[in-house]
Design a protein around this ligand. Structure first.
Ligand code: AP5
Ligand code: MG
Ligand code: ZN
Length: 213
């Protein structure tokens, strides 16, 4: 299965991604996680992209598209993949369509998680993430079993640098201007599947599973 997860910052893409990939045995690809991993390890790519992430702006398309194709070419994507946070611009979506066509591949579905703006800000201020594997938690609705320690990999759980109120509002604006138009793009391709992201985490997942069956 080849899927895309679409939705504003804080919609629950990363949260649902964990359940989706284990249910369908596909590979999770989060461009945000890849960028943060490179920033943490101070790679050349990390140095190029740091200021964009810190300011809630999009990394330029040419850097992002090449990185995604490198990742999609790996063996673990042969059985399918879930793209989380990519594409985010019409340009990226067109490049993805073209690349898939060239490889004789098709997307199965684009899952669009809908959540109202005022809920997003609240969610992101309470979010914590694992420094090592990127798993998202929330201090109230989805806490770690042991404080500050990732349930999955025992990594340190921290607050993301871009989860302060100003950057969150900037990220939402960037989403509205540059990513929201992708809903129409994928609706026109007959691929969109919208779920209500304001329900509890398990119920959002049930909706996704039902719609994919
Ligand atoms: P990225 O890492 O993708 O961040 P984002 O899109 O802003 O999305 P988030 O990860 O913040 O939210 P999410 O939807 O995953 O929500 P989560 O599941 O964590 O991108 C970061 C940056 O990288 C961008 O700003 C950009 O600079 C760059 N970048 C990345 N991709 C790019 C691209 N393609 N092109 C250019 N630049 C790119 O959930 C949020 C919180 O809510 C958690 O605390 C969670 O526990 C809680 N929660 C989740 N679901 C529920 C629920 N149903 N009810 C209650 N709480 C919930
Ligand atoms: Mg995420
Ligand atoms: Zn972890």
């Amino acid at each position: 299965m080849r899927l895309i997860l679409l939705g504003p910052p804080g919609a629950g893409k990363g949260t649902q991604a964990s359940s989706i990939v284990s249910e369908y045995g596909i590979t999770h690809i989060s461009t945000g996680d890849i960028f943060r991993h490179n920033i943490k390890n101070e790679t050349e790519l990390g140095k190029k992209v740091k200021s964009y992430l810190d300011n809630g702006q999009l990394v330029p398309d040419e850097l992002t598209i090449d990185l995604v194709w490198d990742r999609l070419s790996k063996d673990d994507c042969k059985n399918g993949f879930l793209l989380d946070g990519f594409p985010r611009t019409i340009n990226q979506a067109e490049a993805l369509q073209k690349g898939l066509e060239e490889r004789g591949l098709k997307l199965d579905r684009v899952v669009n998680i809908e959540v109202d703006k005022n809920i997003l800000v609240k969610r992101l201020s309470g979010r914590r993430v694992c420094k090592d594997c990127g798993t998202p938690y929330h201090v109230d609705v989805n806490p770690t079993k042991e404080e500050g320690v990732c349930d999955k990999c025992s990594g340190e759980v921290i607050q993301r640098a871009d989860d302060n109120e100003k950057t969150v509002l900037d990220r939402i604006e960037v989403y509205e201007n540059q990513t929201f138009p992708l809903i129409e793009f994928y609706t026109n391709l007959g691929l969109i599947l919208t779920v209500d992201g304001t329900l509890p985490i398990e119920d959002v997942f049930s909706q996704i599973k039902e719609s994919l069956s």
